[in-house]
Ligand binder design. Structure first.
Ligand SMILES: Nc1ncnc2c1ncn2[C@@H]1O[C@H](COP(=O)(O)OP(=O)(O)O)[C@@H](O)[C@H]1O
Ligand SMILES: O=C(O)[C@H](O)COP(=O)(O)O
Length: 655
């Protein structure tokens, strides 16, 4: 029997026996063990138990397994069946199926999990690891290809070259249709995950006109680009731009502070003839920290970390840090006056709001300690934020409330003012050069080329990662149902329920209709479907594990697929679902991975490998889960990519 097991080394027997892909020989062994006698209401022909078991729908199998659970003898019989397949340890904490369950929900499945050590005979002899089917390997390869191609489309060079031109004969630099006269008067500063590649483009264009430059980039970013052979994203030999690294794992630190001080010093004594080219991208906030006195770096670091850990969006975090640091919220542009400032910006913020990207160092900002305190209180983070920060915000709020130049809050009271400074904002040119929209379109285009019917769901996906993971799994069900709607006079109630359920999570009826049309199109063309989404979710951390929002989303989607997908699999037993979520910057949370991918057999495969996904999820430990699952094969690991336009998700349904 052990030789007949199909996919994974220590398969969950319950799952195996309820899916429709079990080989007849396994069915025979099972039927013998539990003395299962077949009957068929629909056929006069008497079928052998094994044949009946192998052809009956999975709901019937589940029902029968449930009734076996009711019988006292079942645990022993089941144990002996498992012994027969040499699974070493069978945990059956309860032999009674929950009465109202009928179907094995996740909890029941977990209780009946078979935990074993890996069996040698279920592993490929060479690598001694769980083996994936060729289809699984192929689909995973395609998803990774789509991700890589999409990320390539948002590399700094391709985006900058569309926006910035230099006429070397006339010495005229054109940026988004505005001209600047250049004459060895250019200073370059940059901060963020994508700025090394951006600086190389600027250096290639302006060469000798650059007097000096300083970049603040993430620890290890240069090495990763070197390792990946991306020479055109590294500065040229003898470059006048120097590079400082810091802010490991996207948290401000003293190295980044040193870089910020150097940048401030460089731009603080310029004349009106000078041009400062400011390169910025996501990660820039952590790479340009400069606390306003009396705050220090510990205050800035702790505030940032705690806000993130309380589920803050990047908008929330940056709203607060603009008020705590010198160079954020327009501070860098002020420091550079009277020079001409040209900012080239790659967005990692939903809605591409310029004052939030890297906390808006060159964007005129509103001042609102009220709003900062609101953010902190909404996130229930008050106790975790350093006392000095709270005191500073409180006292500024009091002062502001007394001033006259304020904007009234519709709810009463005063909330914000535009700081009246001497900055000539007409000398600041902020240009958006890259967004998540670009990466989503590129992913959809690549998917089409690989033979999928594709659709961009949104480039503004946000919310808690685990809730979005659930929605993604539901969308997979929805698409599967659309491929095969029940026709007739009664409406398809499963489909309607799903629609309502998904709509609850903010996906409009119109979008669902669009998906339904595409699904039918895919069905007619006999093509798989690929939904592309982008944006940035959040994670409210309650556990002590290691992970990131993309890995957490993939883990949740995998679990949810098990919960809901089986119902729809009945209609389309051959339906396959694959889901990938990853950060375009190549780093998901403080981990070495960009993200992860799952398929609809995820739960069964995980349990079969002795891993309980829900337990890892409860501890925000997605990275450690995926590191062990299929020996980390479903982690997406790219190294730092040298760009950053938030995350993308790819949902593939193949019928
Ligand atoms: N153990 C964890 N599990 C899930 N998410 C985590 C974990 N630790 C940190 N995060 C999340 O990672 C995010 C920061 O990740 P990062 O990839 O550095 O962000 P960004 O791409 O915006 O720079 C935060 O939202 C934080 O909540
Ligand atoms: O992408 C990132 O690194 C984070 O979203 C932080 O981005 P920021 O530098 O734009 O604040």
């Amino acid at each position: 029997m052990c030789r007949l097991l199909l996919r994974a080394p220590h398969q969950d027997i319950h799952h195996m026996l309820t899916t429709t892909h079990v080989k007849t020989t396994i069915c025979s062994a099972f039927c013998r063990t539990v003395s299962f006698t077949s009957f068929s209401r629909t056929s006069s022909q008497r079928l052998s138990p094994a044949t009946f078991w192998s052809i009956c729908p999975s709901s019937t199998r589940t029902r029968r397994l449930s009734s076996f659970h009711q019988c006292q003898k079942f645990p022993d019989q089941f144990r002996s069946l498992c012994n027969g397949v040499q699974l070493r340890q069978v945990i059956l904490s309860s032999h009674r199926c929950q009465k109202n369950g009928g179907i094995f929900g996740l909890t029941e499945l977990q209780r009946a999990t078979i935990t074993t050590s890996p069996r040698k005979d279920m592993m490929s002899t060479k690598e001694k690891e769980p083996v994936m089917s060729p289809e699984n390997v192929e689909m995973r390869r395609m998803l990774r290809d789509i991700f890589t191609t999409a990320v390539d489309s948002v590399m700094p060079r391709s985006m900058l070259e569309k926006m910035v031109h230099f006429n070397a004969k006339l010495n005229v630099l054109t940026v988004a249709e505005r001209n600047y006269s250049v004459n060895r008067n250019v200073f370059v500063v940059g901060f963020g995950k994508a700025v090394l590649g951006m600086a190389r483009v600027v250096e290639d264009l302006l060469g000798e006109h650059i007097i000096k430059g300083i970049l603040s980039i993430p620890d290890g970013a240069r090495k990763d680009l070197e390792k990946a052979g991306k020479k055109d994203m590294l500065l040229s030999e003898g470059s006048k731009i120097c590079v400082q690294e810091g802010a490991s794992n996207n948290l401000p630190d003293n190295n980044a502070f040193r870089a910020a001080r150097d940048i401030n010093k460089l731009i603080s004594n310029l004349t009106s003839k000078d041009i400062v080219i400011v390169l910025m991208s996501g990660g820039g906030s952590a790479l340009l920290p400069y606390p306003i006195e009396p705050l220090d770096m510990d205050d800035v670091i702790n505030t940032t970390r705690e806000l993130f850990n309380h589920g803050a969006t990047i908008g929330d975090v940056n709203t607060v840090r603009k008020h705590l640091e010198v160079l954020k919220g327009g501070g860098l542009a002020k420091a550079a006056m009277p020079a001409q400032v040209i900012s080239l910006i790659i967005s990692d913020v939903i809605g591409d709001s310029l004052d939030l990207i890297a906390s808006g160092p060159t964007v005129r900002s509103t001042y609102s300690p009220h709003r900062c305190l609101e953010v902190i209180s909404r996130l229930n983070a008050g106790k975790a934020i350093p006392e000095r920060v709270l005191t500073m915000l409180q006292s500024r709020k009091t002062i502001l409330s007394r001033q006259s130049q304020v904007t009234a809050d519709p709810r009463g009271g005063v909330t914000e003012c535009v700081v009246d400074d001497k900055t000539d904002w007409s000398r600041v040119h902020n240009v958006l050069v890259g967004t998540n929209n670009i990466v989503c379109s590129a992913a959809a285009h690549c998917a089409e080329q690989l033979g999928f019917v594709s659709l961009v769901l949104s480039a503004e996906l946000c919310g808690e990662a685990r809730q979005v993971g659930v929605v993604m799994a539901k969308l997979a069900q929805y698409i599967t149902a659309c491929y095969h709607p029940r026709v007739g006079t009664t409406a398809d109630s499963d489909l309607i329920m799903l629609e309502l359920n998904i709509a609850k999570h903010g996906i409009s009826k119109n979008k669902l209709n669009e998906i339904a049309v595409k699904a039918r199109n895919a069905q007619n063309l006999k093509k798989p479907m690929c939904i592309v989404a982008g944006g940035e979710t959040t994670v409210t951390i309650t556990g002590t594990g290691m992970g990131g929002r993309s890995q957490e989303m993939a883990l949740t989607a995998g679990i949810q697929l098990q919960k809901g997908f089986q119902v729809f699999k009945e209609r389309r037993p051959q339906a396959r679902v694959f889901f990938l979520s990853a950060g375009t910057d190549g780093q998901d949370g403080p981990t070495r991975a960009a993200g992860a991918l799952v398929d609809e057999n995820f739960m069964a495969d995980a349990l079969a490998q002795g891993l309980n996904p829900q337990k890892f999820l409860d501890n925000n430990d997605a990275y450690n889960f995926f590191s062990q699952f299929y020996r980390s094969k479903d982690l997406v690991v790219t190294g730092l990519t040298g760009t950053n336009v938030m995350d993308i998700q790819l949902l593939v349904v193949r019928i």
